[in-house]
Design a protein around this ligand. Structure first.
Ligand code: SAH
Length: 240
């Protein structure tokens, strides 16, 4: 069944109207007809089946049927604190990490970041659009939020039950050893460094806030590979 975003809409009522891109896509591009069934996604993790009632040039009215939680959402919530990478890489990171089940992405500023974010609010809007498109393509019912950039030293990790910082110089503790040590994980934070890596004192400061420095294995991964690798391993270990 085709999926459409009805973000910020109340899907608890009997009917809903789509406008803008989604409406044009249904009517003009796909040429769907009244009576056709679709899936509506409100961005929160729920989805509804709905039947098209009527279509105009710029709106589609649908009757809402069955509401259910999406089976595509992971049970573990992972927030990725991705230190700002160089030009263009953030879009790839967002797209792939959304596919792999991330719940939120926080662009993070650390000592060795070379990119500056001042005055780049349009970037955040663009990144959220990338997240939305990735969520739609891979069948997710939640659209992971891309937050405003935050300085690494200011992040409050207190709401997470497990905080991991992938550290290229960690030689003893592996990601796998933490994921398989029997802990109950439901709300996790993962911190990934920029191209130049972390300064030791940054890792110490995250550890002082409860973070566990982990190794991702014997090879140094690029910053854009590291988050994907961590997410794939988390889902492998923790998803049923
Ligand atoms: N320039 C650094 C590497 C940075 S890699 C150096 O040469 O040492 C970018 C980020 O990816 C790192 O800060 C870390 O968060 C993550 N990363 C890459 N490979 C890793 C590994 N083997 N173990 C842990 N973290 C890794």
């Amino acid at each position: 069944m085709r999926r459409f975003f009805a973000e910020n809409m109340d899907l608890n009522g009997d009917a809903v109207c789509l406008y803008g891109d989604e409406a044009r896509h249904i009517g003009l591009v796909l040429r769907m007809k009244p009576g056709d069934e679709v899936l509506l996604i409100d961005g929160s993790g729920a989805e509804c089946t709905a039947v098209i009632e009527s279509i105009t040039e710029d709106s589609v009215r649908l009757a809402v049927r069955e509401r259910r939680m999406s089976s595509a959402e992971p049970e573990v919530s992972v927030t990725l604190f991705q230190c700002l990478p160089k030009q263009g890489k953030m879009e790839v990171i967002i797209q792939k990490c959304v596919e792999l089940g991330v719940m939120k992405i926080v662009p993070t500023v650390s000592a060795r970041c070379v990119v500056k974010m001042e005055g780049k609010d349009n970037k955040i809007a663009r990144w959220n659009k990338v997240s939305q498109e990735a969520a739609k393509q891979c069948g997710r019912a939640a659209v992971p939020q891309v937050a405003f950039p935050t300085a690494l030293e200011k992040i409050d990790f207190s709401g997470f039950d497990t905080v991991l910082i992938a550290y290229e110089n960690e030689s003893e503790v592996t990601l796998r050893s933490v994921l398989t040590d029997g802990r109950k994980v439901s709300n996790m934070a993962v911190v990934i460094g920029p191209e130049g890596g972390f300064e030791p004192k940054e890792v110490g400061s995250v550890a002082a806030r409860g973070g566990i420095p982990v190794s991702l294995g014997r090879r140094i991964l690029r910053t854009e590979t590291a988050g994907m690798a961590v997410l794939a391993q988390i889902m492998y270990e923790l998803e049923q």
